[in-house]
Design a protein around this ligand. Structure first.
Ligand SMILES: [Zn+2]
Length: 211
């Protein structure tokens, strides 16, 4: 029997933490059974990079593909969760020992998981991939990279780090919660909302341990 699927998605809810300047998340019931409506309906408002989400090339590259054109090969298949510590900047020194290989889907498990999601306040000193770390993954030819807070990158290098990954066709998955997913081999399913031409979209992400 195969192992159970583990949900590594952060639940979307009213007032949850967002990237500074991004639209606040609103989850508001507009029709309620308790108030006499025949069915319950909720109005949702959120930015394209809310919670657990995927970055499309068009997030940083002019003319880049939308989230609706991301390759399924980047989003679904074998994956490896690696423990890379607290950084905050994670580069070749942290990645090197894991000997990342061509075609891998790599999920960076950092100190963000226990530290950053406890609060609805944005945590500014989150662990992230450095530009040199991104170039390391590009050189190794990975298909996808994930991380456990709202951005794969940080600081002054953020745009260059994103662009290096996206230009190489690497799928970026952000905002994972990895408390139940220790380092190891998994299958991953990541399905972002199909927003036509979107620069990103919230996604449901599941991992299943592989023998
Ligand atoms: Zn994003």
């Amino acid at each position: 029997m195969s192992a159970p699927w583990i949900d590594v998605t952060v639940p979307m809810r009213d007032g949850m933490v967002v990237w500074p300047g991004s639209p606040p998340v609103e989850v508001r019931q507009v029709d309620s059974l308790e108030k006499g409506a025949t069915c319950a309906t909720t109005a949702l408002r959120f930015g394209s990079h809310t919670g657990t989400h995927v970055d499309a090339p068009g997030h940083f590259l002019r003319g880049g593909a939308g989230v609706d054109r991301l390759p399924f090969e980047g989003l679904i298949g074998p994956a490896r969760v690696i423990d890379v510590g607290g950084g905050p900047a994670l580069g070749p020194d942290e990645l090197g020992p894991h000997d990342v290989g061509r075609g891998e889907r790599i999920i960076l498990r950092t100190s963000n998981t226990p530290r950053c999601w406890r609060t609805d306040e944005f945590v500014a000193d989150y662990a992230h991939l450095s530009r040199a770390g991104a170039e390391h993954l590009v050189a190794r030819g990975v298909r996808a990279v994930g991380i456990d807070y709202l951005s794969i990158a940080g600081g002054a290098e953020s745009a260059a780090t994103h662009a290096a990954l996206l230009r190489a066709g690497i799928v970026i998955i952000e905002g994972l919660y990895l408390a139940e997913a220790p380092a190891g081999l998994y299958d991953v399913i990541c399905l972002p909302l199909l927003v036509a031409g979107g620069d990103g979209a919230p996604a449901r992400v599941l991992l299943r341990s592989r023998p």
